[in-house]
Design a protein around this ligand. Structure first.
Ligand SMILES: Nc1ncnc2c1ncn2[C@@H]1O[C@H](COP(=O)(O)OP(=O)(O)OP(=O)(O)O)[C@@H](O)[C@H]1O
Ligand SMILES: [Mg+2]
Length: 304
């Protein structure tokens, strides 16, 4: 049954995955693992990323940190299948990513809502093609409730705040129950208070859906609050050009996490040092020792 009244143009403008796929992938649910093997990317003869080997566990929240321009978005685009010019391999549930994959959903710093559509219709854009109308409506209502926008469903993007727009964008990404949610600085444009609320919303969503999350962020505290592990991209101890795995840290603090915890403070110091920020308080020079001394995390330290 033809369910959707949304046009191709609408989906294209929203950056929906549906445009990139010509088969009808069934709805995914649950969480999928992501494997990166020797992932690398060169642009114009310059190596940006190289030799990234990481196994992202099903249901894990992995935060990716690194200096501006080190290749965080490039890595995320490789996993999303938005870029096929990389070397090595990105796999989702053991299957190589070769083009945009409907098992993933991507969220960006800006919400990318269609201004001429209501919040409800924008969220519906994320539904898999061919979703029966009644089922789609139910799913969209459920998502609007989940992100606290049930009361705003009939408004247009210009009538809601930036934080609400970002929540709508998150709901749209979740509409097809992605096995992997890829987020590129999703809260980067929000004010500090809204940002903290959005972080907790993401944790609620994660607890409810169990989806694997790959979260690119500039914010060390955000990574420490949300992630099961933090991948720090940067120099990996060799002199070679491009960013690799500088640190891979496990955060074992149970949730909800105390943002003021001493464990997290020690890890923060180590990560800031890894990012080249001077004047950090941690006496330890590596995340590995910070993790050992706090007992709150297991540092895998330099990856290679
Ligand atoms: N399509 C492209 N063509 C040429 N160079 C590119 C392209 N995409 C990215 N780059 C370069 O690759 C490097 C990494 O870019 P990327 O966007 O992944 O960085 P980032 O870590 O996400 O940075 P930021 O934190 O500022 O978002 C940059 O030097 C960028 O200029
Ligand atoms: Mg980026």
């Amino acid at each position: 049954m033809g369910s959707s009244t949304l046009t191709y143009t609408d989906r294209a403008a929203a950056g929906s995955a549906a445009d990139f796929s010509d088969d009808s992938t069934p709805e995914t649910s649950g969480s999928l693992g992501v494997t990166l093997r020797g992932l690398g990317r060169r642009f114009d003869g310059r190596t940006v990323l190289r030799d990234v080997d990481v196994d992202i566990r099903p249901g894990e929240i992995l935060a990716v940190l690194g200096a501006s321009g080190c290749g965080k978005s490039t890595l995320l685009r490789a996993v999303a299948g938005l870029d096929t010019g990389f070397t090595g391999q990105a796999q989702i549930a053991g299957q190589a990513v070769s083009r945009y994959d409907e098992r993933t959903a991507v969220g960006f710093q800006e919400p990318r809502l269609l201004p001429w559509r209501t919040v409800r219709a924008n969220v519906a854009l994320g539904l898999p093609r061919g979703t029966p109308k009644a089922q789609g409506r139910e799913r969209v209502d459920e998502l609007l409730r989940l992100v606290g926008l049930a009361e705003r469903a009939d408004l247009r993007p210009r009538e809601i705040s930036g934080g609400m727009a970002q929540r709508a964008s998150l709901a749209r990404a979740l509409a097809r129950r992605p096995g992997v949610l890829l987020l590129d600085e999703p809260f980067g444009a929000l004010d500090a208070l809204t940002r903290l609320k959005m972080q907790d919303l993401l944790l609620d969503i994660h607890a409810e859906t169990g989806t694997t999350v790959l979260l690119v962020t500039h914010d060390v505290d955000e990574a420490l609050h949300l992630a099961d592990r933090i991948l720090l991209l940067g120099a990996d101890g060799t002199d070679r050009e491009g960013a690799g795995v500088a640190q891979l840290l496990e955060i074992t603090n149970p949730r909800p996490r105390d943002r003021g915890s001493a464990h997290l403070a020690a890890l923060r110091g180590a990560l800031l040092e890894g990012l080249g920020v001077e004047g950090t308080t941690a006496a330890d020079t590596t995340a590995e020792t910070a993790a050992e001394t706090t007992g709150g995390a297991t540092g895998e330290g330099a990856h290679r």
